[in-house]
Every structure is written in structure tokens, then in C-alpha cells.
Design a protein around this ligand. Structure first.
Ligand code: SF4
Length: 383
């Protein structure tokens, strides 16, 4: 039976429901109309499977994600928090072993939800795309209405209640000419921690708007302008992409892998108890070659049993070979760790490959801008 060095588990992604109250046109998730819900029985089983596994070493984050987590009732999170507390207590582990977090479109956040976050110690991430003309172009309801107003109302509640949050902003092609607008929007609304997710060709989203000949050039100009604004007005905004590359560049640390391509650093469980590992985006998609990327179900299988399945071993071998290709061929490997399997699979039909459009945007172009900007700040190259 497979045992460490897999893990350690750093993230347990749980799907409270596949349902989402929005219908964003770039969403990769299937089954967004499916209102099924994670039961407490499955939650308890998922916690037990992780805590009993040989892959746990220390604490981890439990992320409620994939579907809109706030379309289940507040009472669900109260019951879930109690379930987590009991699971930890049974093993003599302190409550802080598991930190809860969720990623929401914020459209239904109100006073009662804020109370729930505070009461249950749930950290909040908000998905929103900046000003209304960018946000509402893609983030719409099923009847085609923009969601910007509702999202900003939810953000207002978080801010009034002093609940910290980060924003994930999806960049589509139409955002790339608006670096100043986005910087001014976020900093002007007191949103000081932002991550850019590039629109991806993945799952239900058959083609990203960034797959255009001038996409990379425009994105690099966008990033350079964002870097410049952050240098001109330091302290207003932190950008996840710049922070990640800059902290590695300033240290001796170089990555050998990522949580996305190393087994059981991330464990993903859907609302029916199906369980997977590697990156969370793999759990919700179907492919011709593998079917889905579920390796078992928490109601029947331990994590170590999953690791012994043929499917897991095939996926692991293919992902590992792809990481090795990256290590051998890519100058950015130490800043990247070999990328995410889902993007490799969706772009090339295999995990056993290296460069993708996603890694060009997420790692390589960001690294070029950050390293160039740092050199200029040090006066090593012309400003
Ligand atoms: S940047 Fe791309 S090609 Fe380079 S290591 Fe990362 S995933 Fe591989």
C-alpha cells in the first residue's frame, strides 16, 4: 500500500454544492444547476479519511469551493464547524489544525453571513473582476443580469464588519487594456490583496479569449503598467502574482514541484464524496481517456487505497513525466515547479508535456516583468 513521501496535505477542498447562482461565461465547472448538497455524513467521512491518512503532517486549510458555497444555508456551516471540531477532538488535535476558508461571488453576503464567518472562524475570498463594465461583461445571472451591484454590496458588508478578504479577479482579453482602471478600482475601494486568474481553456470553457495572437504582448504591457502603479503608490495593493515570484527571486529557495502536481498535498472531495488529488479543477471534469479524475469515494476508500489504484498510478506517472520535461527544458522551473496538470491536459490532451498558454501567462511573463522591474529598481538596467 502506498505511503509517504506523498503529501503532506496542505489543502482539503470540499464542494458544499455544485450549484451556483451565477452563470459566468468563462466558468469551467459543469453541473452548475445541480442543487445537491454535501451531507454531514460525507463531511465526517472526508475528515476521517484525511486525518487517518499517512499523508497528514500538521495543519491544513479546508476550502469550501466549486459551486457557490453561500447557496447552502448558514446552518450548514454551523453544523460543519461542529463536525470539524469533533473530528479533531476525537484525535486529540487542537481546533487550529484546520482553518476554514471559502471562495464566494459575495452576492448574498449580508449581516447574517458576516456573523457566520466570524462565529465559525471562516476566512473569505471574493471572486470579482473589477469595475462594473468588466465584471458584468462575464459575471452574469442565468437571465443575463450583471452581478456587480450585488457583489459590491457583499463586499461592503465584509468591510463594515472588519472581515478581511482577498479578491480573485479573472482577466479576460477585454481587461488587458485597463491596468490603470483596475488598479484605481481596487485601491479606491479598499481592496488591497488581489490575485489575477487568467481566463483558461478548461472544462466547460472551450476557448479562452486570451488565445489571440496579441494576447501575450498585451498582457505583458498590462503587467508592466500594474508594476509601475504599485511602485508609484506603494502599500496600496498586494498582487499575489508579483509577491510569489518576488519572494522566490529574493531567496535561495527554488521549487521542485507544486501542490498541484504532487500527490495528496491537495485533497479534493465533491458533494457526493468522490475524491481526487492534484489540482482541484481536475475533480469536476470528464475526459475521453480517463473518464473523470475521481480515484474513489470517501465513504468506501481510504486515501492510501486510492493511491494504489491503476488510474491514480497512471495519472501520477504521466504528471511526473510532465514535471520532468519542465525541469529539463524550462528556464523558469525553479520559480514554477512544473505547473498544473489540468492546464496541461486541457491544452495538450496529456499531462506529459511542458509549456502551456496558462504557464506563459501565470509564470513566465510575470517572472519577466518582476525580474526586470526589480533590476530597474536596483539601478541594474535602464529605467
Ligand atoms: S513555466 Fe511552464 S514550462 Fe516552465 S516549468 Fe512551469 S509549467 Fe513547465
Amino acid at each position: 500500500m502506498a505511503t509517504p513521501p506523498f503529501g503532506p496535505v496542505r489543502l482539503l477542498v470540499l464542494q458544499p454544492t455544485p450549484f451556483c447562482n451565477l452563470d459566468c461565461d468563462y466558468c469551467y465547472l459543469p453541473n452548475r444547476d445541480d442543487r445537491s448538497r454535501l451531507s454531514l455524513e460525507i463531511l465526517e467521512a472526508a475528515l476521517e479519511r484525511v486525518l487517518e491518512s499517512p499523508y497528514v503532517n500538521g495543519g491544513f486549510t479546508l476550502l469550501w469551493h466549486a459551486g457557490e458555497p453561500l447557496t447552502v444555508p448558514i446552518a450548514f456551516y454551523d453544523a460543519a464547524t461542529e463536525c470539524i471540531r469533533q473530528a479533531l477532538a476525537r484525535r486529540g488535535l487542537p481546533p487550529e489544525t484546520i482553518v476554514q476558508s471559502l471562495q464566494t461571488n459575495a452576492t448574498v453576503i449580508d449581516a447574517a453571513w458576516c456573523d457566520c464567518f466570524i462565529r465559525n472562524g471562516i476566512h473569505v475570498g471574493v471572486s470579482m473582476d473589477g469595475p462594473a463594465f468588466l465584471h458584468d461583461a462575464h459575471r452574469r445571472t442565468r437571465t443575463g443580469l450583471g452581478s456587480h451591484g450585488a457583489t459590491m454590496r457583499g463586499i461592503g458588508w465584509l468591510q463594515r464588519r472588519g472581515i478581511p478578504f482577498q479578491v480573485i479577479c479573472v482577466l479576460t482579453a477585454d481587461a488587458l487594456d485597463h491596468a490603470d482602471t483596475l488598479f484605481d478600482f481596487f485601491s479606491g475601494h479598499g481592496i488591497n490583496t488581489v490575485g489575477f486568474n487568467m481566463e483558461e481553456t478548461e472544462g466547460e470553457n472551450a476557448q479562452s479569449t486570451l488565445e489571440r495572437p496579441d494576447g501575450e504582448r498585451r498582457y505583458k504591457l498590462f503587467l508592466e503598467r500594474f508594476w509601475q502603479r504599485m511602485a508609484e503608490q506603494p502599500g496600496l495593493l498586494r498582487l499575489r502574482e508579483f509577491d510569489g515570484i518576488a519572494s522566490l527571486a529574493c531567496s535561495d529557495e527554488r521549487l521542485q514541484n507544486t501542490d498541484m502536481n504532487a500527490p495528496f498535498m491537495i485533497v479534493n472531495v465533491d458533494a457526493r464524496g468522490n475524491v481526487s488529488t492534484f489540482d482541484p479543477e481536475l475533480l469536476s471534469v470528464q475526459t475521453e481517456e480517463y473518464g473523470d479524475f475521481s480515484f474513489g469515494n470517501v465513504l468506501q476508500h481510504s486515501l492510501a487505497e486510492l493511491a494504489d489504484t491503476d488510474k491514480f498510478q497512471r495519472v501520477l506517472a504521466e504528471i511526473s513525466s510532465g514535471v520532468e520535461r519542465c525541469r529539463q527544458s524550462c528556464a523558469y522551473f525553479g520559480l514554477c515547479g512544473g505547473g498544473a496538470g489540468s492546464n496541461k491536459y486541457w491544452e495538450h490532451g496529456t499531462f506529459d508535456c511542458s509549456v502551456t498558454q496558462h504557464c506563459r501567462y501565470r509564470i513566465q511573463l510575470v517572472a519577466d516583468v518582476v525580474l526586470d522591474g526589480m533590476e530597474k529598481q536596483l539601478g541594474l538596467t535602464a529605467a
